[in-house]
Design a protein around this ligand. Structure first.
Ligand SMILES: [Zn+2]
Length: 228
């Protein structure tokens, strides 16, 4: 580690993304984690076990990609092996965002791949977001499972970790973060669409008399097609 400007920039953007991940509802507490490649042999990775709001950018450790050693005031996330596995195997990846967002996690629990259903899928650069084989959180096997799923669609940017969450990757942190958001958006829309289909005709429409009664409360009228 050399305390470079690039390292400071990476720490700052990583910390901002950690805070945003909580604010956006993609994780709770100190869960989820992020890594940002600094150079060919180092990455900044989110600190372990402390809610992000209690940390500063300087608390996030810097990891040597070759041997996994790290420096910094706080130890790395328990998912260090996952991040190292992805950053080592995929040299074009500049950042890894791992979330536990709700709808995506539900697909991962159900072991359902996420299909291509709307514009937001574009962020993943893939026709599906596949679910990995199950591997325990914090294990080296988790990284291997993620890489195996990425390898099924070379160039893809997201996988679902079975019974766990999302791994989103990209050339930079902004790209990877957008992938994580897009996977969650797509998973929610897919779930809602399937729910509506399963429900048949869907919503119960209030009849004209009820609509008019509501409108009177507001002192307005409800516009209708001329022939109804
Ligand atoms: Zn996790």
């Amino acid at each position: 580690m050399n305390g470079s400007d690039g390292e400071a920039v990476a720490r700052a953007e990583l910390h901002a993304a950690c805070l945003r991940m909580v604010a956006d509802g993609l994780v709770i507490g100190s869960s989820g984690n992020i890594s940002v490649r600094v150079d060919d042999s180092h990455a900044v990775i989110s600190a372990a076990g402390v809610p992000y709001g209690r940390l500063t950018a300087d608390d996030h450790p810097v990891v040597d990609l070759a041997d996994g050693s790290w420096t910094g005031p706080c130890r790395p996330t328990s998912e260090l092996a996952l991040h190292l596995g992805v950053l080592r195997a995929l040299p074009d990846v500049g950042a890894v965002v791992h979330t536990h967002s709700r709808y995506a996690a539900a697909f991962a629990v159900a072991r359902l791949d996420l299909p291509f259903i709307c514009n937001e899928n574009i962020a993943t650069r893939a026709e599906r977001v596949p679910v990995t084989e199950y591997a325990a959180p914090g294990s080296g096997d988790l990284g291997a499972a993620a890489l195996a799923a990425f390898a099924t669609q070379p160039g893809s940017r997201a996988v679902l970790l079975a019974n766990h969450g999302v791994v989103a990757i990209g050339p930079g942190l902004d790209d990877a973060y957008l992938v994580a958001q897009s996977v969650e958006w797509t998973a929610e829309i897919c779930h809602l669409a399937r729910t509506l289909v399963a429900a048949g005709t869907g919503e119960h429409v209030l009849d004209h008399a009820v609509q008019d009664a509501i409108a009177r409360n507001y002192g307005v009228t409800i516009a209708r097609a001329a022939d109804t």
